[in-house]
Design a protein around this ligand. Structure first.
Ligand code: UD1
Length: 418
């Protein structure tokens, strides 16, 4: 039950190192079940979601060793095909294990996955895709049980470009017999990263990053070391922090190309942004100008995972904005908390209508989910006075060492264990 205490108003100056992408690391960890050889992942974020995924792998019988920011996984001794329900409830990405566990054991059992409560988050497309590869699925008492003989490649058309379904099907298809083609696949960079990892250990996948992914089944995978891509959502969160607080912040180990939808909005806000190699520097000299509209879309559109942080920025900008959330139904739960800090925001259905105020004021607010919680931290950093952010276990799911990184750029933020 930790909380953050933040004294707002400091401008931010300095550098922040960006972690590997949570949304790459989690499916890649699930993928390690597919090989008997050792895999090392580098620059892995120390976040609860990763710790929970490692605990699940251990429950399956895999050996995991964390050394610094690297993690080594040895799945040669995996014996179990059941994902423990307590951990599945903690972690939505546990569902990726269906694809890899079925492939390895020809059976899998998992409780319905948990994760952030940001909408209905069905998994029908995951299950439909797996069925197309020959998996028999039974859903009873909150559990999904899967069985198959040999997985067989097939053509799969996704009704919508779901990130998780695309990744789950890729994982099931890697060692399947023959060719799998995923149409209307999600195009997020983390999917291309999963492809690159899998190909680095011997898979034969092409097309990730486009709407059509072709997976030619291979007989076995090997091992090796892999460094996942930088976390574009962590990077985007700190860019927005600088835009809200003012100052000059450089992100090390970031990728501007993957963030272009955000960078365009930050230009509109009046921020100056420079990119060189893997560094992005943002300079914000005056109060941000409002952006007219922000609409979340699948990649390369504006990411839903930066919507809450962007809404917090609009709340302080000069002018008004309309934010439309197209992906998840209940992703405005942070808005009543922001209003406690003086924000002028009205939510109607999938839209938030924001009238920027010249200043926010410190308040005690409660994080309701991962990204909404991050948005509250940003608002508190920019607000006048003292804020307490409660329930920060949500934030710990996706940001490693957030308070250390922010203190390194002059923010006044401490963690208190209640
Ligand atoms: C992933 C990301 C999450 C991000 C989201 C959208 C991970 C671990 N999580 O979540 O951070 O916010 O992509 O970029 O990578 N849908 C269905 N049926 C399904 C699956 C999804 O209808 O079987 C719908 C969802 O309700 C949602 C949309 O598809 O409206 C997108 O969801 P999806 O891309 O699957 O998100 P996740 O993989 O859960």
């Amino acid at each position: 039950m930790d909380k953050y205490i933040i004294n707002g108003g400091n401008r931010l100056y300095g550098e922040i190192d960006i972690q590997s992408a949570k949304n790459s690391v989690l499916p890649i960890l699930a993928a390690t079940v597919l090989t008997d050889e050792r895999v090392t992942l580098e620059n892995v974020p120390q976040i609860t979601d990763v710790r929970n995924m490692l605990r699940i792998l251990e429950c399956l019988g895999c050996k995991t060793v964390l050394s610094g920011n690297d993690v080594q996984i040895d799945s040669s001794c995996a014996v179990s095909y059941e994902i423990p329900s307590t951990l599945a409830h903690e972690l939505r990405s546990s569902v990726f294990l269906l694809g890899s566990v079925i492939s390895r054991f020809h059976r899998a059992k998992i409780a319905y996955p948990g994760g952030c409560d940001i909408g209905l988050r069905p998994i029908d497309l995951h299950l439909k895709g797996l069925k197309r590869l020959g998996v028999r699925i039974d859903e009873h008492n909150g559990y999904i049980t899967c069985e198959c003989q040999r997985l067989k490649g097939n053509e799969i058309m996704l009704d919508c470009p779901s990130v998780g379904a695309t990744e789950n099907i890729m994982l099931a298809a890697v060692l399947a017999e023959g060719r799998t083609v995923i149409k209307n696949a999600a195009r997020e960079p983390e999917i291309e990263d999963l492809q690159n990892f899998l190909n680095s250990v011997g898979a034969n996948i092409s097309g990730a990053g486009s709407g059509t992914i072709v997976i030619d089944g291979v007989s076995a995978l090997g091992g090796g070391s892999y460094r996942p891509i930088p976390d574009r959502i962590e990077a985007g969160t700190y860019l927005i922090a600088a835009a809200m607080c003012g100052g000059r912040v450089t992100l090390n180990g970031a990728n501007g190309e993957m963030l272009s939808s955000l960078l365009h909005k930050l230009y509109e806000n009046g921020c100056k942004i420079a990119q060189k190699d893997d560094k992005i520097t943002i300079q914000a000299d005056s109060r941000p100008r409002s952006v007219k509209s922000v609409e979340t879309q699948p990649y390369p559109g504006f990411p839903t995972d930066l919507q809450a942080q962007m809404t917090a920025l609009c709340a302080l900008s000069a002018g008004s904005s309309v934010i439309t959330e197209n992906l998840f139904e209940t992703r405005f739960k942070f808005v009543p908390e922001l209003r406690k800090m003086g924000a002028d925001i009205t939510v109607a259905d999938r839209n938030a209508f924001v009238s920027g105020v010249p200043a926010l004021r410190g308040a005690t607010v409660v994080a309701q989910d991962l990204r909404g919680g991050a948005a509250l931290v940003l608002a508190a950093l920019a607000a006048d006075g003292r804020s307490e952010i409660l329930n920060i276990s949500h934030i710990d799911r996706g940001y490693s060492a957030m308070e250390y990184k922010l203190r390194a750029v002059s923010a006044d933020i401490v963690r208190v264990t209640v």
